[in-house]
Design a protein around this ligand. Sequence first.
Ligand SMILES: Nc1ncnc2c1ncn2[C@@H]1O[C@H](COP(=O)(O)OP(=O)(O)O)[C@@H](O)[C@H]1O
Ligand SMILES: [Mg+2]
Length: 233
Amino acid sequence: MEAHPAIDVRKLGRAFTPGAWLFQGLSFQQAPGEQVALLGESGVGKSTLLNILAGLEPPDQGEVVILGQSLAALTEPQRLALRRSQIGFVFQAFHLLPHLSALQNVMVPCLLKGDPPAQAAEAAMHWLDRLGLGHRSQALPSTLSGGEQQRVAVARALVHRPALVFADEPTGNLDPVTAHQVLEALSEACRSVTATLLMVTHSLRAAALLDRQLVVRADGVHPSPDGASGQVL
Ligand SMILES: Nc1ncnc2c1ncn2[C@@H]1O[C@H](COP(=O)(O)OP(=O)(O)O)[C@@H](O)[C@H]1O
Ligand SMILES: [Mg+2]
């Protein structure tokens, strides 16, 4: 039997004002472990789409099936549990907790899942090491460079072994060289644990590092005509 897609988006529509569709008829699938770049002009609804996929807000049309599970069929506590166990996030603005060390920040998803602190610390240290930040584990975020902070955020996104990682313009605040290094680290980290990666980006160079590119438009999501700029959704 064929495995479920990791992500199955079916004719999704969102309108913050009734009748004024941000997007409509948006459909795509992602195979387990597949890495997809989501492109599209500012304001088309890329962040909104990630929020819907994470079960943080409901769509106005259509359905999202994550790991074979329809989000609409779950209760709010079940969606929270799915998010905590199966999804990791990386945001543009890092969103590290300023009063916690790098290690403590990375431990948070494990603690939220209920792992014992010693186990959480071990997993967090493992991921900081893998991202080249083992020597900075006790540092507060404010003492880290932007690239280091985002690598802490990558470690935090993967530490609880999620099946899916959502990244919303994760390198938007970094200089081009650092951005490329962080993106390679994110992609490699996801590949190493076969996590499915969906990443919003404005960088065609960044998008080209992933397996497939999709473009969000008001009327849906599509592949790029030439394969370079992505399928237009
Ligand atoms: N909660 C909300 N209520 C009303 N409008 C919203 C809300 N969230 C986003 N929007 C609007 O939806 C549009 C798409 O936003 P967003 O998903 O952030 O786009 P993108 O990430 O592609 O730049 C924007 O015009 C934004 O102002
Ligand atoms: Mg956005």
